[in-house]
Each structure stands twice: as structure tokens, then as C-alpha cells.
Design a protein around this ligand. Structure first.
Ligand code: ATP
Ligand code: MG
Length: 649
């Protein structure tokens, strides 16, 4: 008989405690890189190896298909083949295909590309714009509502309470939502959220099906539990029924999807919901050098408020490495060029290209890095975002610019001409508030900046020359390759790790993103930086550029988050006086929050009670007072800028 994998080797005592805990509720609350994902994979394999559960009785869910795939591979290697590791949607779809015909006497068809068409149709009927970006933003609102179990009629109140930046008057969004549901139901198709809604509803309403399901699946595991939304939680509850064989792991400081309805309250509240749960806190960081860990601690220490129970510090376990670097550049092309140069240098020192990543806030930022890497002949892959020249708005813009090139007489002012032509495809002077419209704007502005760049180097260049230049750039970009440097948004980087990480474009308006205009939204941006910093095993650089285009006006400011991170003896540090002058207190636009778990409240009744429906009413008042006092004291102590005023002096 082949030797069984030794599943308890290579685990620390706390990880081992979670792995060997008897079947029942288990909760691992821990920071990034502490081995949460490793712990749950080992736990599943351990229970299977010991014969405590059969592999097909375990359902492990995580948030991306890639993470699910990786978990299946790991489980196979640990001798636990046959365990289902899936995303919530994939798991629900699989179940629904089986149960739906028994309840509805028909088949299910999930909606894929025609969802967009239906939202567009519904928007048109209400008289709202039907161009791609507004429809995408409307679809985003519908998704948020469904994720929060909010119906069309409840949308206006819920959106107001949650401080949503609605893409249209809330009553109209609500009409589009209702219209979309009607069209979809008429066509007898289901969207992704319906897969979850119907799965929960069938299990809730059909006890015989629920019994059959619960006989089949007996043990549940959730990774990245901090990003669960109310709809997913409802499905999880329907899966569980009255049972409690559930292992969850997460890090409340890595909640980065609250804009889409996710909330860490279920993670933080787990020990309260299951008082008999095995609760493990991990502090040893196995991923990153102590230098990177120290910076991660600094980022998260500066957070203005954190859900209770999340004050975990990371303790680095790896040998010392280089100090994280901070770098300021005059313009973005210089920043990108320097990063490409450093990547080439690290590659020469033996760091594999696939072990390096450039991470940024919005996908529109990727173009300048794609170009710099292509110029340096470094292969790369873009994860979770279209390559710049493949984006719809960029393709549209190029068609329009090409057509205009034959119309325009040779250059007065090339950038002005490009700007004018691009107004035809929707370029506005001021950036739109946010969402898809903002990303589209960013792409178009990037094209104007390419024109500025060209005009600076070839003063006689006209529109025709510019279009030719664009064609060459589009052509010369490397096709995506798996062996290259990864370019990814911070959202897409969750759960992953690289030897070298470059956090680029850390300027005000980008991180934090411009439309993050409430304290809660700013905190989510800060958590994104935390996620970014904690992706690095060894080399880490944080950089920003004071202008976008080469030779442009230096009107951009380093992100408020990096102010106090730069060590005083670092060349990028600012004199203390400047720091002080540029730092003022945050404007307070506090949202009503639950006094127990501190999540934002949505329902009117909850707001009145100052408590969300998931938290118990009989909480220890003394403890609450202590918590409040601690929070305000902490806020007073923190001299960290949360809002920065700049002068050009
Ligand atoms: P994140 O919050 O980013 O998802 P995580 O807590 O899930 O992080 P893992 O990805 O499981 O962390 O682990 C981080 C790294 O540390 C991995 O490379 C993993 O193999 C390694 N690791 C975890 N535990 C140990 C250990 N006990 N000994 C050595 N290495 C470990
Ligand atoms: Mg993980």
C-alpha cells in the first residue's frame, strides 16, 4: 500500500488544532499569509484519510474558479481526490440541475451573454441611456441588490441606506430591475444570482429534497469567508439546515467586496453563532519576509476602524529580506519603465518571471505597464482584465480616430485633435463618478496621453501619424503567456502570492479611487492596499508618478495611504513639516452602523435599533461601551491622514 501523506507535518500547533478538530464548527480567523487556505485543505484531507468523512460528502466553496481549481489539485496531491471544491455558483448550478426538474417539471438554463441585452432592453423601456457603460452599471446595481436579498421595490430605500452611488435615479433603477426580472422570467432563463436564490428556496421549501441533499453532503468548508454576501450566506444556511459541520476561514481585514454586498459580519460573528466552535487565530506569517510583514502591519494599524475581533498582528517567520522600496516618478511612463527595468534585473538574479507581479487598482492602468514590458521584451499576462487594445472602448476609439484621420488637415495641436475626436465616443472633460464609466474614461484619457507623448517627441505628428503609432503599439504587444510577469488588479490578486510584487500607480484618485467618498469606502481602499502588500513573498515596491504623461504637469499626489509608510530616512520621505501641513482630519459622513458588529445598516428597523438583524439584542452593554471608548481613543491616537489637502508649493 502506498504511504499516506503525513498531513500534520509542516503545520504549526494552531494550524494543527484546526486540522484535527472534531467534525463540527471550526473557525480560523487570521491575517494574510498565515496558512488559512493550507489549513483547510489539510483539514479536509485529514478527515478523509482518517475515514471520518467520505470525500464525496465534503463540499468546499471558495470565491474564484481558479482558487477552486487549485484547491482540487492540492486535495488530490494530499490523497483526497473526489472532494468537491467549487465556487458558490458552480456548486449551486450543479445541485439545481438535479433538483429543478423535480420541482418545476422543466430544465434550467443559466443566462450568460444575453443578461446584458435584457438589462439594456429594460433600461430602454424606462427611458434610460442604453449604451454599454450605463447598462453595465445598472446590471451592477441589480447584482448588488440580489446579493443583498433586496427586491426591486426595496431598492431605493436599501440603496440610500447603503450609500450606493446609483447610476440613475433610484426609482428608475428599481423599474429597470423589475423590468429585467420580468423579461428574464418570460424567457425562462436564470441569471447567476438566481442559481443561488433558487437553490436556497428549493431547500427551504421542499423538506424531502433538503433531506436528500443533507444526506449527500455532510461537511462544508468556506475559504475567504470575509467576502460572503447575504445571498451566499442564505445558501450556506440552507445547505447546513440545523447541522453545524462547517469550517470557515477568513481575514476581515481583507474584505474587498463590500461594494458588491459582501460583509465580514458572518466571519466575525461565527464564534457567537456557534459558541461550541473550535476557534483558531493564526499569527505566524509564512508567506512574507519580516520586512514585508512589518509594512502590512503598518497598513492595517492605520485603519480607522475594524470589525471587532480582527485585531490580529502578523509575525513574520521567514528569514530577513530586502526593505520594501518606495519610489516616486515624474510621470507614469517613467514609473512603468523603471518597474520593467527592475523586473529585468531581478530576472537576471534568478527570480522567475512567473514569480513577479505588477498590481494596480483599475484595469485601465495596465496599458502603460503592458507597453513598458513589451518594450523591454518581457513576456507578461493580464489576469482578470482585458488587454488594453482589446477593450471595446479602445477598439471603438481606434475606428473613430482612423476615420477622422482622413478628415483632419495636418496638426495644430495633436492632443487637442485627439481629444475632440474622442468626444464622439464619449470622452468628457471631467471624469465620471465611478464604475464602468470611469474605467472607460480612463482608457480614453490614456489615448489622449499617448497623443501628448507623441507630440512631445515628434512635434510635427498629425492624426494620421498618431493612428499609425497606435496600430504599431497594438500589434507589438505580446500575446498573453503563462510564463510571464502577471499584471493584475488588486481584486484579482486575492489569495495569490509572488516573490516580487510591484504596487504601482499609488496616487490620490486611483488608490483611494476617486469615487470612494465615504469613510467606509476609504477603508475598503485601504484594505485593498493591505491585500496588495501581503501578496509579496520577498521583494516589494510601492510607487507613484506625479503626472500621467511624459513631460506633463505634475499635478498628481501620492496616495494618502503611503504618507506614513515611507521611512523617514528614505529618499521618498517628505519632511515632517510638509506631512503635517498636508494632513487634515477626515470629513465625517458616518453611516449608521450596527453597534455590535459595526457593519453598515441598511434596513430602517435595524437603523432604529442600531443593530443588524444578525446580532443578538442581549449584548453586554459594558463591553459595548468599552469597545466604543477604545474605537474613539484609537481614532484620536492615529495621526494618520485620512484626507489630504495639497498645495502646489
Ligand atoms: P491569504 O489570506 O492571502 O489567502 P492564507 O492565510 O490563505 O493567505 P496560505 O496561502 O494558505 O495563506 O499560505 C501562505 C504561504 O505560506 C503558502 O505558500 C503556504 O504554503 C505557506 N505556509 C502556510 N503554512 C505553513 C507552515 N506551517 N509552514 C511553512 N509554510 C507554510
Ligand atoms: Mg488563502
Amino acid at each position: 500500500m502506498a504511504e499516506q501523506p503525513r498531513l500534520l507535518e509542516g503545520l504549526d500547533p494552531e494550524q494543527r488544532e484546526a486540522v484535527v478538530a472534531p467534525r463540527g464548527p471550526v473557525c480560523v480567523l487570521a491575517g494574510a499569509g498565515t496558512g488559512k487556505t493550507r489549513t483547510i485543505t489539510h483539514r479536509i484531507a485529514y478527515l478523509v484519510q482518517r475515514g471520518l468523512v467520505a470525500p464525496q460528502q465534503v463540499l468546499a466553496v471558495t470565491f474564484t474558479a481558479r482558487a477552486a481549481g487549485e484547491m482540487r489539485t492540492r486535495l488530490r496531491a494530499l490523497g483526497a481526490a473526489g472532494v468537491q471544491a467549487q465556487t458558490f455558483h458552480a456548486a449551486a448550478f450543479r445541485q439545481l440541475r438535479y433538483f429543478w426538474p423535480r420541482v418545476h417539471d422543466s430544465q434550467v438554463w443559466p443566462l450568460t451573454d444575453n443578461k446584458f441585452r435584457l438589462v439594456m432592453q429594460a433600461a430602454g423601456r424606462v427611458g434610460l441611456p442604453t449604451e454599454k457603460e450605463s447598462v453595465r452599471d445598472l446590471a451592477g446595481e441589480i447584482e448588488w441588490s440580489k446579493a443583498c436579498l433586496v427586491g426591486p421595490e426595496q431598492y431605493p430605500a436599501a440603496a440610500a441606506a447603503a450609500g450606493r452611488d446609483a447610476p440613475a435615479p433610484p426609482e428608475q433603477v428599481s423599474q429597470v430591475f423589475a423590468g429585467y426580472e420580468k423579461l428574464k422570467n418570460g424567457a425562462q432563463v436564470l441569471d447567476f444570482d438566481d442559481l443561488l436564490l433558487h437553490t436556497a428556496a428549493i431547500l427551504e421549501e421542499h423538506p424531502e429534497i433538503a433531506e436528500e441533499f443533507r444526506d449527500r453532503y455532510r461537511s462544508f468548508v468556506v475559504d475567504e469567508y470575509q467576502d460572503v454576501n447575504p445571498l451566499q450566506q442564505r445558501v450556506l444556511d440552507a445547505w447546513l439546515g440545523k447541522r453545524d459541520d462547517l469550517t470557515v476561514v477568513g481575514d476581515a481585514n481583507q474584505t474587498i467586496y463590500s461594494f458588491a454586498g459582501a460583509a465580514p459580519k458572518w466571519l466575525v460573528g461565527f464564534p457567537r453563532r456557534f459558541p461550541e466552535a473550535t476557534v483558531v487565530r493564526l499569527e505566524r506569517d509564512y508567506r512574507s519576509t519580516p520586512q514585508v510583514v512589518a509594512l502590512a502591519n503598518q497598513v492595517i494599524d492605520a485603519a480607522r476602524e475594524r470589525p471587532s475581533g480582527t485585531r490580529l498582528r502578523l509575525v513574520g517567520q521567514r528569514p530577513d529580506g530586502p526593505r520594501p522600496n518606495f519610489a516616486e516618478f515624474d510621470d507614469e511612463p517613467a514609473e512603468a519603465h523603471a518597474i520593467a527595468h527592475k523586473i529585468a534585473k531581478l530576472a537576471k538574479q534568478g527570480v522567475a518571471l512567473s514569480e513577479m507581479a505588477i498590481l494596480f487598482r483599475v484595469n485601465a492602468q495596465s496599458e502603460v505597464y503592458e507597453k513598458a514590458l513589451a518594450d523591454a521584451e518581457i513576456p507578461y499576462q493580464v489576469r482578470g482584465g482585458e488587454r488594453f487594445f482589446a477593450r471595446t472602448e479602445v477598439r471603438q476609439a481606434m475606428v473613430t480616430l482612423r476615420a477622422a484621420a482622413s478628415r483632419y488637415e495636418q496638426s495644430g495641436d495633436l492632443p487637442a485633435d485627439v481629444r475632440e475626436v474622442l468626444t464622439e465616443v464619449g470622452l468628457t472633460d471631467e471624469p465620471p463618478g465611478g464604475g464602468a464609466a470611469r474605467e472607460r474614461w480612463e482608457s480614453l484619457i490614456a489615448l489622449v496621453e499617448l497623443a501628448e507623448e507623441l507630440a512631445a517627441t515628434v512635434p510635427e505628428a498629425d492624426l494620421a501619424r498618431y493612428v499609425a503609432e497606435l496600430d504599431v503599439r497594438a500589434e507589438s504587444q505580446h500575446p498573453p503567456t503563462v510564463e510571464g510577469v502577471t499584471l493584475a488588479s488588486l481584486h484579482a490578486a486575492k489569495g495569490l502570492e509572488w516573490d516580487a510584487v510591484f504596487l504601482a500607480g499609488l496616487v490620490e484618485g486611483t488608490l483611494p479611487i476617486q469615487h470612494a467618498d465615504t469613510p467606509a469606502a476609504i477603508e475598503e481602499e485601504r484594505r485593498l492596499l493591505y491585500v496588495g502588500v501581503t501578496r509579496a513573498r520577498e521583494h516589494l515596491q510601492l510607487s507613484w508618478a506625479l503626472s500621467r504623461a511624459e513631460g506633463g504637469r505634475r499635478y498628481r499626489r501620492r496616495s494618502r495611504f503611503v504618507y506614513n509608510l515611507v521611512p523617514d530616512d528614505h529618499p521618498a520621505a517628505l519632511p515632517a513639516k510638509v506631512k503635517e501641513r498636508e494632513t487634515v482630519a477626515a470629513p465625517s459622513k458616518a453611516k449608521p452602523r450596527c453597534r455590535v458588529c459595526n457593519t453598515t445598516l441598511v434596513n430602517t428597523m435595524d437603523i432604529k435599533l442600531a443593530r443588524c438583524s444578525d446580532c443578538p439584542s442581549d449584548v453586554d452593554e459594558g463591553l459595548l461601551e468599552q469597545l466604543k471608548a477604545w474605537r474613539s481613543e484609537r481614532a484620536r491616537q492615529l495621526k494618520v491622514p485620512s484626507y489630504v489637502v495639497f498645495t502646489d508649493a
